[in-house]
Design a protein around this ligand. Structure first.
Ligand SMILES: [Zn+2]
Length: 217
């Protein structure tokens, strides 16, 4: 991957200053919290403050998780941001490998490569609790969000859902080689090619038009 450039000039940042939520799955919106559509990366999880803002606007995790993160100390938020950045790059590695394995057997995922994901989940196991409402019992499954590892486990759960329930051919990267965005293609008809038609789709159209013009000169 290209080096992460955070100190891009103001103008270059402007178009991607807000995160894009075009993944059609929360795990992919999480992955796309590190984004480039031009080769210059912006990391929306670059520190604890950026992470909290991203959680507020992304709604990738439920509101309780955002409130839990808001109640963490600044140091805990930094730790959490760092652990999420690590999970995010490990997840990206799994996706690239899973996709490569379709055409090249040598690239197949090894079962041991999933151990790390299992470890993230095991660090903060789910808790089951019974509640009584109007004499009706309800079983609720939740995770105590009292430490950074529990929030990481919540995100790892989303990653596990994507890997186990969504077929490899539907989860793809935008065709713009400079774009880092992944999406889950949920539309019928021809396969989705771009993260956004207005940005990467248009850019490809303009490039193809320029090439045709050059060929006719
Ligand atoms: Zn794109």
């Amino acid at each position: 991957m290209n080096a992460v450039t955070l100190a891009a000039p103001e103008k270059k940042m402007a178009r991607s200053a807000s995160p894009l939520f075009v993944g059609n799955h929360p795990a992919l919106d999480f992955l796309n919290s590190l984004v480039s559509q031009t080769g210059t990366y912006i990391d929306f999880l670059r520190d604890g403050g950026a992470l909290l803002h991203w959680m507020q606007v992304s709604q990738v995790l439920p509101e309780q998780a955002m409130l839990a993160v808001a109640s963490f100390t600044a140091d805990e938020r930094e730790t959490l941001a760092q652990e999420l950045r690590e999970l995010r790059e490990y997840f990206r590695h799994l996706l690239f490998k899973r996709q490569a394995s379709v055409s090249d057997e040598r690239q197949s995922l090894d079962a041991r490569e999933l151990d790390k994901l299992s470890n993230y989940l095991a660090a903060a196991p789910l808790v089951q609790q019974l509640f009584l409402t109007n004499q009706k019992a309800h079983l609720v499954t939740h995770r105590e969000l009292n430490q950074p590892a529990a929030v990481v486990a919540e995100v790892a759960h989303l990653v596990a859902d994507l890997l186990t329930n969504y077929p490899v051919e539907k989860v793809r990267k935008c065709e713009n080689p400079n774009c880092s965005i992944w999406f889950n293609d949920i539309k019928r008809g021809p396969p989705r090619r771009w993260c956004t038609r207005t940005i990467c789709g248009n850019r490809a159209k303009v490039a193809a038009h320029r090439l045709r013009q050059r060929e006719h000169q």
